[in-house]
Design a protein around this ligand. Sequence first.
Ligand code: HEM
Length: 259
Amino acid sequence: MTVATANHSFNATLQDLIEYPAQGINSKVLLKDNNSQYSLFCLAAGTEIDEHTSTRNAVITVIEGKGNLNLEGKEIALTPGVFIFMAANAPHAVQAQENLSFTLALSEHLPPKQGVSQKTIDIVKSTAPVIKQHGQKITTRMYEIMFDTHPEVKAQFDMSAQANGTQPAKLATAVYSYATHIDDLESLKAMVDKIAHRHVQTHVLPEQYPIVGECLLQAIKDVLGEAATEEVMTAWAKAYQVLAEVFINREQQIYQNVS
Ligand code: HEM
C-alpha cells in the first residue's frame, strides 16, 4: 500500500502513521515516483536487520525510539532527529533496542559495486553437483531454520506447499540453476522474473533477503558438513548477495508498476 500518490500534494504527521508489529518490521511506502521512494519503517524492540547492501542512495531520518546502525563498520546511535546518508552499496545493519521508527528515502540507483569474482564463480560452480544431490534437503532445512528463528515470515507462505515439499523443491531448483549459471545471469532472466512476480504477490521485502540468506547459508553448512569449508561458505555468501540484489531490483520494478 502506498500512503500518498505521486503528483498530488499531500501532508501527514509521521507519528500518526507509526504502527509497531508485535515483533519484526512494519514498513509503509509513503510515496514513490520515478526517481525516489519514501518509506516509514517501524521496528519492534529487539528486531535486527542483518548486514546487507542496497544499490540505491538512501537517507534515514529517525523519528522515535532507540537503536543502532552499523554503517560500513561504524556504529551510529539511532535516536530521534538523527539523519544519516547511506551511499549506494554501503553494507549496513540495524538493531532496534526499543520500538524504533524512521523514514527511509531511496534516491539514485547505482549499479552494484562489484559482481562476483572468478574465484567465487569457480567455487560456487564446483559445489553445483552436491547442491543438486542435496538440494531438497538443504532447502527443507533452510525453511526449518527460518520458521524457527523468524516465525513472523510464516504468514507469507502457503504452509501446505511446505508440508508436501513443493516449495523446498522449487527453491532447490532455483538455487541449483543459479549455481550452474552464476556467470550467465542473463539466461536466468525468465526464472528470476517468475519468482520475482510471486515474491511481489506475497509481499516479499528487500529487508527480508538477509534473513533468507543467513538461513540458507546455515542450511548449506548443516547439510554439507565438512564439505562446507570456509572458502565455500564465503563464496556462497557473496553469490547470495548478488542474487538477492538481482531479485530486489526486479521486484522493485514490479512493485512500482503495480501500485
Ligand atoms: C535469493 C533468494 C531467494 C530465492 C532464490 C527464492 C526462490 C523462490 C522460488 C523458486 C519460489 C517459488 C516461485 C513459484 O512458485 O514459481 C519462491 C516463492 C516464495 N518466496 Fe522466495 N526466494 C528467495 C528469497 C525470498 C525471500 C527473502 C523471501 C521473504 C521471506 C521469500 C519468500 C517467498 C514466498 C513467500 C514465496 C511464495 C511461497 C508460497 O507460495 O508458499 N523468498 N521463492
